[in-house]
Design a protein around this ligand. Structure first.
Ligand SMILES: Cc1cc2nc3c(=O)[nH]c(=O)nc-3n(C[C@H](O)[C@H](O)[C@H](O)COP(=O)(O)OP(=O)(O)OC[C@H]3O[C@@H](n4cnc5c(N)ncnc54)[C@H](O)[C@@H]3O)c2cc1C
Length: 284
């Protein structure tokens, strides 16, 4: 029988070293906290994923991630049920393609270089809140996140959920990597703020996610309900009003938000409302 008597204490524990966890670990280590990252897999590990990063990732990752970019995307082909294709190219990147084994491994190694201790092939089996911190248990050991009873990636009132664990997936096209990285950064920011100023609270993280991500998802969900309810009409509309597609490319580049895009695209579409209505009737 395994006896887990020794408890190792860290300032922060990160459970899961995907893009969200590895980013949080990197930021926390860089700021001088002692961090343990635990992952059930051994990296580089295969991950089922399209590997598409919208170019807005350039605003939040340091440039060295480009070393693991396989392709840069300058245009998209749109078709409806494989027919009526049209392409719209752009002079600057709108997305990057990565292989998740290389990309995630890159982020994990970066966290390690910043000082994070990382245990791979060590799944977390349980965790609980103790008076002096959050305890995490694996089949190899017991760990305690001692600073302000905080942990990242665990379900607890004192812990922060990031990335997929927090359901941060764009409702329009299922993009999750950008939001995993961003939420990892926001979580680290919130933990560091509280470590420096006891009056700050972890609720800051929720507020930042609400402001920066949920507000965007609210609009993206509205757009998704239109696109997936009327795909044929949307395809026709986009092939005719390619300025709307170009505007969407600016969302991918982080120059527009979903919120500003929606307002402007609605304005463009309204200008041809009568034509659109006839189009919709003919497609019913
Ligand atoms: C088919 C498919 C295609 C997708 N395509 C895209 C795309 O093109 N672009 C895009 O942006 N997003 C895409 N996504 C979404 C994207 O994969 C996720 O949003 C992203 O991986 C979230 O990152 P994460 O760090 O939150 O989680 P993950 O990348 O899933 O990392 C979680 C980590 O936690 C570890 N772990 C899990 N349980 C434990 C445990 N008990 N103990 C220790 N470690 C544990 C895992 O081993 C893993 O390494 C796609 C998803 C799917 C399913």
């Amino acid at each position: 029988m395994l006896i887990l008597s020794d408890v190792k204490a860290y300032d922060a524990l990160v459970v899961g070293m995907g893009p969200a966890g590895a980013t949080a670990a990197y930021q926390l280590s860089k700021a001088g906290l002692s961090v343990l990252g635990l992952d059930k897999a051994t990296h580089p590990r295969y991950k089922v994923c399209g590997g598409g990063l919208s170019a807005r990732i350039d605003h939040i990752l340091e440039d060295d991630y480009k070393s693991v970019v396989e392709h840069t995307v300058y245009g998209i082909q749109f078709s409806y049920r494989g027919a009526d294709p049209f392409c719209l190219d752009s002079s600057s990147p709108i997305a990057y393609m990565v292989m998740r084994d290389r990309f995630d491994h890159f982020l994990l190694e970066k966290a390690k270089r910043a000082g994070s201790e990382v245990h791979e092939s060590e799944p977390v089996t349980s965790c609980r809140q103790l008076p002096d911190g959050i305890e995490v248990i694996t089949d190899r050991g017991r760990y305690l996140a001692k600073v302000d009873r905080e942990s990242v990636g665990l379900v607890s009132g004192q812990a922060l959920l990031v990335g997929d664990a927090a359901h941060l997936i764009d409702p329009l096209f299922g993009e999750g990597i950008y939001y995993a990285v961003r939420s990892g950064q926001l979580a680290a920011e919130s933990i560091l703020n509280q470590a420096h100023d006891r009056r700050r609270s972890l609720a800051d993280y929720e507020e930042a996610v609400r402001r920066e991500i949920y507000e965007e998802f609210r609009v993206a969900a509205r757009m998704a309900s239109i696109v997936y309810s009327y795909p044929r009409l949307c395809h026709r509309l986009l092939s005719r009003y390619q300025s709307i597609v170009k505007l969407y490319y600016d969302v991918l580049r982080g120059r527009e938000t979903y919120q500003t895009f929606y307002v402007r695209a609605k304005g463009m579409a309204k200008a041809s409302a009568k034509e659109l209505l006839l189009e919709a009737i003919s497609l019913r």
